[in-house]
Design a protein around this ligand. Structure first.
Ligand code: NAD
Length: 226
């Protein structure tokens, strides 16, 4: 009996060692491939995707990163759909994008923490502009408080804008991307979501949500279950 137990323990020890060795080899192999890829693409630049004419929707376009993204896409000849809760800031971005060369820019006031409002404005965009082919979920709010000191409504707002809005916008625009077999979903997250930074927990949800969606879609595609 004792011999059997020690034999089983040894077997499970060997199995966990083998598993560890396999994971280590996979990790090292992938690291070498990534390193080689980086070295090669440092000398031979990757061909860049042409986004001229693509319909690009950017949430939180009224200032900051959203505005900078809008100006970049304006230079690249994309059709811009700008969403923000702040009408004034959004219209300012719209004006700047036109000055930067965009010929078609549409600004919509939308509170991304409100599901019904997202659904309503998305329908308006589909009618007035067309099928969005690049969706950039950029709008974000930061609570900036310790967990225990953070007011409930601020926590809820953070989840609504930083996380749930991604789900609702995917539901609005993903079907056309699948039907057209063309499109990109981009989510602006933060390294704070990877390493865990005090007062910035919400961003982890965004990374989790995107990974889940990616696996979900890959699985559906493999099984032709769009
Ligand atoms: N700035 C940074 O250092 C940094 C670092 C990591 C990640 N990020 C992320 O990048 C994104 C943009 O950051 P930023 O610094 O440009 O932010 P910002 O605060 O300057 O701009 C955010 C924009 O989102 C809009 N917005 C907020 N709530 C909204 C709502 N309910 N509906 C619609 N629009 C709303 C705001 O009006 C504003 O125009 C955010 O998701 C942020 O978490 C920023």
């Amino acid at each position: 009996m004792l011999f059997q137990l020690s034999f089983n323990l040894q077997l499970s020890y060997m199995a966990s060692n083998l598993k560890f060795a396999k994971e280590l080899i996979t990790f090292l192999g992938k690291s070498v491939i990534a390193l080689l890829e980086t070295m090669i693409f440092t000398f031979i630049p990757r061909p860049r995707k042409n986004v001229a004419g693509e319909i690009v929707l950017i949430t939180g376009a009224g200032r900051g990163l959203g505005r900078l993204l809008a100006l970049r896409f304006a230079h690249l000849g994309s059709v811009l759909v700008l969403w923000d809760i702040n009408k004034e800031g959004n219209e300012e971005t719209c004006r700047m994008a036109r000055e930067a060369g965009a010929t078609r820019v549409y600004a919509y006031t939308c509170d991304c923490s409100q599901k019904e409002e997202i659904y309503r404005v998305a329908e308006q965009v589909k009618k007035e502009v067309g099928d969005v082919s690049i969706l950039i979920n950029n709008a974000g709010v930061v609570t900036g408080s310790d967990f225990l000191n953070c007011p409930d409504d601020l926590m809820e707002k953070s989840l609504d804008v930083n996380f749930k809005a991604h789900l609702w916008t995917y539901k609005c625009f993903l079907p056309a991307m699948i039907a057209n077999d063309h499109g990109h979903l981009v989510c602006i997250s933060s390294s704070a979501g990877l390493v865990g930074v005090n007062k910035l927990a919400g961003k982890r949800n965004v990374i989790f949500c995107t990974h889940k969606l990616f696996y979900n879609l890959s699985y559906s595609a493999l099984n032709n279950q769009h």
